[in-house]
Design a protein around this ligand. Structure first.
Ligand code: ADP
Length: 596
């Protein structure tokens, strides 16, 4: 730091560069823009969003995909408040995030300054470290510590509050600026050997064993050790929604299509990078076998023993170390499926569920059902890019959209599917798509070793979920991100503007059915809103689709287009009783809100 005009902004940018940061997500105003400009001068990409919420979500997903903290830069006050959405997302999902937020000049604190917010008090309970540097000289070590703590141990958020004067004032003694400490990859620990032996015994004696693979395993880049373990032990496995692809979905021991049967029957469950939270029904009956014993493998000691977990059987350590330890102790042992009816039960359930799914895939009704539409998109995309190439990243959000699509798009490689995650956060779709584009396709990064070949990013959005961050299409256009977005348009939240039916009458005690009236009052959005027209605002393309043939054509074109594309697909769930008026024609009014 021997430049006489050095400022805090300069030091912050240089620190980020020295930490190896290649992309920063955010929205800036004066004076935080100084940091962004200095960072761009140093060759860091700055992705400017339209709302801090979206920027912070993108940074969390970038952290998950790259295994290093995603960096988000925002202004103080409302900027930090909006970005808190990403802080919640990071802690719920255990994604690493470094949040840098501007704040008022130090001599104005508590005086009611412009956009003043005590963000340290606000964020301290929700972050791993929340700190305000006392001066510009200490910025390198403070930022490096926040960066380090966000991904050492269980990932979360490191927050640095940056007063305006520290950002802008010239540094009078640049020779005293601290050096940026080197931040190495997080150290990894292995499991206690005594426990390991106990657990190995349990696995060997299991009649109905099951391995759960979660997004912690994908984040840990543990695919090699887990694939080896699964192949060697012949244990059945079940991935969580974002754990898909750690072991290929096509693997014969994958019991995803017999999920309920596996949960009900398993007696010994080895958990690799997943939690016994709502996603896995807390490990409790009736979804699970009440006698099931859970062996949790986790880097977080606090997680062990939670819900149905038994801390006495848990292995504290990194999956990359613990799984080979288990493998070693199990020696040549492998599971013998003939010792119990478990495997036969799973095979029967698998065959039954796959037949039902195949039938749903070709349901000819209109509006298109979710199942039919997803299968149409899947087969069209697979013709363009077979799954074993791993060249498509899927993002999914929305209630029906995410739930139904989850089982339809198979993954052969890890970290190719992002969804609303542990927090069930709606609004992540477009930001995560931008993050994935940045992680896999950014021109000047080698952020992920597995980024070749270039990947196509496909976002599968419910129409309601799309609304949370729809403006980020402009961001995609500005940065030349050719994301293919499908909006599943059923006119609202959940069952949206679909028919009203007896169920609603029973629950809410009034008839909503009638000419021009659709869906629940509180769920409905505009009917057949033309979301695809938003793509055009920045040079993207839009397609409006009602039929399977139109969907195939739009998918093929959209995949090849090198601009953001929105395919607006009119769908129905097929679950709600259909109203008495025309389902196959547009309604009389363009927008039919239910009468209040
Ligand atoms: P999912 O949503 O896929 O079920 P979760 O996010 O609930 O997954 O759980 C992921 C778990 O993985 C977290 O408890 C986290 O602490 C753990 N984890 C993350 N990285 C590692 C690692 N390297 N080794 C072991 N556990 C890990």
């Amino acid at each position: 730091m021997d430049n006489p005009s050095t400022t805090g902004a300069h030091i912050i940018a240089k620190t980020l560069k020295e930490l190896g940061v290649t992309s920063v997500f955010g929205i800036v105003g004066v004076p935080v823009s100084d940091i962004a400009e200095q960072a761009i001068n140093l060759g860091i990409r700055f992705i400017g969003f339209r709302n801090e919420q979206a920027a912070s979500y993108a940074a969390t997903a970038y952290g998950y995909l790259t295994g290093k903290p995603g960096v988000c830069l925002v202004v103080g006050g409302p900027g930090v408040l909006h970005a808190i959405a990403g802080v919640g997302n990071a802690s719920a999902n255990n994604f690493p995030l470094l949040l840098l937020g501007g704040s008022v000049e130090t001599h104005q604190i508590t005086k009611g300054a412009f956009q003043e917010l005590d963000s340290i008090s606000l964020l301290a309970p929700h972050t791993k470290l929340a700190v305000r540097p006392p001066n510009a000289l200490s910025l390198p070590s403070i930022i490096a510590n926040a960066y380090r703590s966000s991904f050492y141990g269980r990932p979360g958020t490191g927050f640095v509050d940056l007063p305006a004067d520290i950002i802008t004032d010239p540094v009078t003694s640049p020779q005293e600026v601290e050096k940026t400490p080197r931040v190495h990859s997080p150290p990894k620990g292995g499991a206690d050997e005594t426990r390991l032996l106990k657990v190995v015994d349990l696995i060997k004696n299991a009649k109905a064993p099951l391995v759960l693979i979660g997004k912690g395993a994908a984040y840990a880049r543990a695919e090699l050790v887990i694939r080896h373990f699964i192949n060697k032990t012949k244990l059945p496995f079940l991935p969580s929604p974002m754990g898909k692809g750690v072991v290929p979905d096509s693997h014969p021991q994958n019991v995803s299509s017999a999920r309920s049967a596996a949960l009900k029957s398993a007696d010994v469950v080895l958990i690799l990078g997943a939690r016994l939270n709502w996603i896995f029904h807390y490990g409790e009956a009736p979804k699970w076998n009440p006698a099931a014993q859970f062996i949790q493998v986790d880097i977080s000691a606090e997680e062990l023993g939670r819900n149905a977990g038994n801390a006495d059987l848990a292995l504290l350590g990194d999956i990359n170390i613990v799984v080979p330890q288990l493998s070693h102790q199990l020696g040549a042992w492998s599971y013998d499926p003939s010792i119990s009816p478990y495997t036969a039960t799973l095979s029967t359930a698998k065959a039954k569920n796959e037949t039902t799914a195949a039938k749903a895939a070709t349901d000819p009704s209109l509006p298109l059902t979710y199942n039919h539409a997803f299968h149409t998109i899947k087969s069209t995309l697979h013709n363009l890019s077979p799954p074993d190439e791993g060249a498509i990243v899927y993002i999914a959000e929305g209630a029906n959209t995410m739930d139904i699509s989850r089982s339809i798009f198979p993954l052969e490689h890890p970290r190719l599917r992002l969804d609303a995650g542990t927090y069930a956060t709606m609004g992540i779709g477009l930001p995560y798509a931008i993050a994935a584009h940045e992680a896999y396709n950014a021109p000047n990064t080698r952020a992920t070793p597995d980024r070749a070949p270039r990947k196509k990013i496909v976002a599968i959005e419910g129409d309601s979920a799309f609304g949370f961050s729809g403006m980020e299409i402009e961001t995609m256009s500005r940065y030349g991100m050719d994301v293919l977005i499908f909006v599943f348009n059923n006119g609202g939240v959940y069952f949206g503007g679909e028919g009203t039916g007896e169920e609603w009458e029973r629950r809410y005690g009034r008839t909503l059915r009638g000419e021009g009236e659709r869906g629940l009052r509180s769920w409905s959005l505009g009917w057949e809103t033309r979301y695809e027209r938003m793509a055009g605002m920045g040079g993207g393309k839009g397609y409006f689709v009602r039929t399977g043939e139109e969907l195939v054509e739009a998918t093929m074109k959209g995949y090849k287009d090198n601009v953001p594309v929105v395919v607006n697909v009119v769908v129905g769930s097929g679950k709600v009783e259909k109203p008495s008026f025309g389902w196959q024609v547009a309604p009389k009014k363009t927008i039919n809100h239910p009468k209040l």
